[in-house]
Design a protein around this ligand. Structure first.
Ligand SMILES: Nc1ncnc2c1ncn2[C@@H]1O[C@H](COP(=O)(O)OP(=O)(O)O)[C@@H](O)[C@H]1O
Ligand SMILES: [Mg+2]
Length: 367
């Protein structure tokens, strides 16, 4: 209960904020947790998470880093920005010094780590590099069988430090170091990184493409978030909120948040409150995500979407026919739209819009 006497809103419609319940991520998290607990190297220790903006990449990566820390790894969280390599070393050292407290069973003493840090700061001109410094750190961590997880959010394939990090990481893996790398980014950025010849091993990284979350999972997370927050909702209200979420994490938080605030006074969320909240949430989602995404597309992309809306079967070949073009011409646009997080392809080859309301908006715009 907050000071004003209202129950605090438990929903988190903010980018990068980890929600109280992560809907539909238990498989992915279990897989990563297994990788962090294994004694042998698991392929998931190098994973790239991709998906549209708002699909929950940052939240999943943060939850995975928590799992790693619970299993005796040191997790260093960073984003692909200039200075990231130094940032990784500084954060890692800060976290490692904690490991070297006297009561810990680490064999390295705090003095030695202190000296290492001291040497570096006192003689800045002494020859060293990122690989060397990271290796020294890994040497120390090895004494207590501690692994080093690096998470990189908002992957930028054009950032030189990003390439450097990936290249050194590959060498450290070859040296059988206990190290893991989780990357998160928009599909086209991850794709571009994989295509970079200097870090071709990235192509073999595990992929977690965050698609639509099932209604069942959304419903569970919605109910749990509301109940933990101290309220309940009628089944009809929940049904409507789940349908409005359309399997998309950011939308789930927006719908929950606005509905919670619709009429704060009553304990049980009912249908009129859900309707009111959903209306606000949809308007916000349209403004913050759908419009910006749509207007960043090229004319060719938009023509593809317009054709897709006209086809009977939502497949690339049907779009090609509709456009009067070859399959391979259409394929380029399909790939572009998928890599921008606008379209997803189901296992039967059917294309669907990744974002709620995008279909309706594209319809309206192509009229
Ligand atoms: N699995 C999930 N279930 C419910 N809400 C989620 C989930 N993942 C993320 N969210 C929420 O969705 C919003 C977007 O998540 P975020 O991780 O920032 O997305 P991205 O990094 O892909 O842009 C945040 O408000 C977050 O709290
Ligand atoms: Mg993010």
């Amino acid at each position: 209960m907050s000071e004003s006497g209202y129950l605090e809103n438990p929903f988190t419609p903010t980018f990068g904020e980890v929600p109280p319940y992560l809907a539909g991520r238990s498989l992915a998290l279990n897989e990563l947790a297994r990788a962090f607990s294994g004694t042998r190297r698991h392929p998931s220790l190098t994973t790239a998470i991709t998906g549209a903006r708002g699909s929950g990449k940052t939240a999943l990566m943060a939850a995975a880093a928590d799992e790693a820390e619970q299993r005796g790894w040191v997790a260093v969280r960073t984003a692909a920005l200039p200075g990231m390599l130094e940032d990784i070393l500084i954060s890692a050292r800060r976290k490692c010094s904690h490991l070297l407290l006297p009561e810990r069973p680490a064999r390295i003493s705090g003095i030695e780590l202190g000296q290492l840090v001291g040497v570096e700061w006192e003689n800045p001109e002494q020859f060293t590099n990122w690989r060397h410094e990271t290796t020294l750190l890994l040497d120390q961590l090895e004494q207590s069988d501690t692994g080093l997880l690096i998470t990189v959010d908002e992957v930028q394939p054009t950032l030189p430090e990003m390439i450097h990090l990936a290249a050194v990481y590959q060498l450290l893996v070859t040296e059988r170091r206990k190290i893991a790398l989780l990357l998160a980014g928009l599909p086209h950025n991850i794709l571009a990184l994989e295509k970079d010849k200097r870090v071709s091993f990235m192509r073999r990284a595990q992929k977690q493409r965050l698609g639509r979350i099932s209604d069942y999972e959304v419903r569970q997370a919605m109910i749990q978030t509301i109940e933990e927050g101290g309220r309940t909702a009628t089944p009809e209200a929940i049904d409507l909120m789940v349908a409005a979420t359309d399997g998309f994490p950011f939308m789930m938080q927006l719908v929950g948040f606005r509905t919670w605030d619709a009429q704060r006074a009553t304990g049980t969320i009912d249908l009129p409150q859900a309707q009111e909240g959903i209306e606000l949430a949809r308007a916000e989602f349209l403004d913050s995500i759908v419009k910006t995404t749509y207007h960043s597309l090229s004319n060719g992309d938009r023509a593809y979407l317009a054709a897709l809306l006209e086809t009977e079967e939502p497949t690339n070949s049907a779009v090609a026919k509709q456009l009067g073009k070859t399959n391979s011409y259409a394929l380029q646009y399909k790939n572009r739209l998928m890599s921008q997080g606008v379209l997803d392809e189901e296992s039967n080859g059917h294309l669907r819009f990744s974002l709620p309301l995008m279909r309706e908006y594209a319809e309206q715009q192509s009229r």
